[in-house]
Design a protein around this ligand. Structure first.
Ligand SMILES: C[S@@+](CC[C@H](N)C(=O)[O-])C[C@H]1O[C@@H](n2cnc3c(N)ncnc32)[C@H](O)[C@@H]1O
Length: 282
């Protein structure tokens, strides 16, 4: 197997955007040579051996075909943790960190062992970030996908959080095996309408459709979660959900109709209304 041209030529001759080339090449350097990302600059005259070069070419081909970088690398950073991801789960998005922050702010105010429910946990992103940042909280994380739950449990094990987070399978509240009430319910459900052209574009083409769309108007999962929350929240408990950038009014309306008070919209870092929260009356 032949060795590669020097790193600087691999970078400058690659068809991918420079930031993506650097991420993929840093992965190769770490995996095959245990070198840090800074070696892209400090060792830019080095060549890859045959095996590393072959893998580099495979990774580039996958990305050229549109596969998301997180699936190619098998991991994604989220909030304060790193998660394994694979095609069976949604790739956690930076905007979802907003839900984690809302939940953590609430947990900090409670000043006790908070009980938290994460509905539609996917890779475990929300539940595991909360568990990692709030060691006294106990969580239940649900999903209807066995594949997603398998990855979420693996992530909990790698992060040593299996004692704090219980994983249950089933559709929304039906996953709960015994009557329970929570201090916080958090959810990032599928909220893209089935006709939305984004479903056929970019990274979304590679992600599980059932994690992205409700196969309807976009609001049906949010409706079920919000309408059912009263029964599963303690008096004074908080529900917070992520939604599409144009669904804020509708979701806040659903919370008001369900009887929640202090209904609020929350802005993500891009300035979009991305989450809503409401409180059960005392
Ligand atoms: C948008 S993804 C969110 C994943 C993860 N919470 C995150 O923020 O990265 C929605 C998740 O809801 C799950 N889901 C879809 N329908 C569901 C249902 N009826 N009951 C429970 N989970 C469901 C999907 O399998 C998927 O994991």
């Amino acid at each position: 197997m032949s060795v590669s041209p020097p790193l600087r030529e691999l970078i400058s001759n690659c068809a991918l955007p420079a930031n993506e080339v650097r991420i993929l090449l840093a992965h190769i350097l770490e995996k095959h040579y245990q070198l840090p990302r800074s070696a892209l600059l400090s060792r830019d005259d080095m060549s890859l051996n045959g095996q590393a070069f072959l893998e580099w070419e495979r990774l580039v081909s996958r990305r050229v075909l549109g596969e998301p970088i997180a699936y190619i690398l098998g991991k994604k950073g989220f909030h304060n943790i790193e998660l394994e991801v694979a095609p069976g789960v949604l790739i956690p998005r930076p905007e979802t960190e907003l839900l984690v922050e809302i939940a953590l702010t609430e947990i900090a105010k409670l000043n006790k062992h908070a009980r938290v429910l994460d509905l539609g946990t996917g890779s475990g992103a929300i539940a595991l970030s909360i568990a990692s940042a709030a060691p006294l909280a106990s969580l239940i994380a649900t999903d209807q996908s066995t594949g997603a739950l398998a990855i979420a449990k693996k992530n909990a094990q790698s992060l040593n959080l299996l004692d704090q987070v219980q994983f249950l399978i089933g559709s929304w509240y039906a996953a709960l095996t015994e009557p329970s009430q929570f201090d916080v319910i958090v959810s990032n459900p599928p909220y893209i309408a089935n006709q939305d052209p984004h479903l056929n574009q970019g990274d979304l083409c590679f992600e599980p459709v059932s994690a992205l769309t409700d196969y309807g108007s976009g609001l049906s999962c949010l409706e079920i979660i919000i309408a059912g929350a009263d029964q599963y929240l303690k008096p004074g408990g908080l529900i917070t959900v992520e939604h599409g950038f144009d669904q804020s009014e509708a979701v806040m309306g659903l919370m008001k109709v369900a009887g929640f008070i202090n209904v609020q919209a929350h802005l993500d870092l891009a300035g979009h209304h991305r989450a809503a929260s409401g409180r059960k009356r005392l």
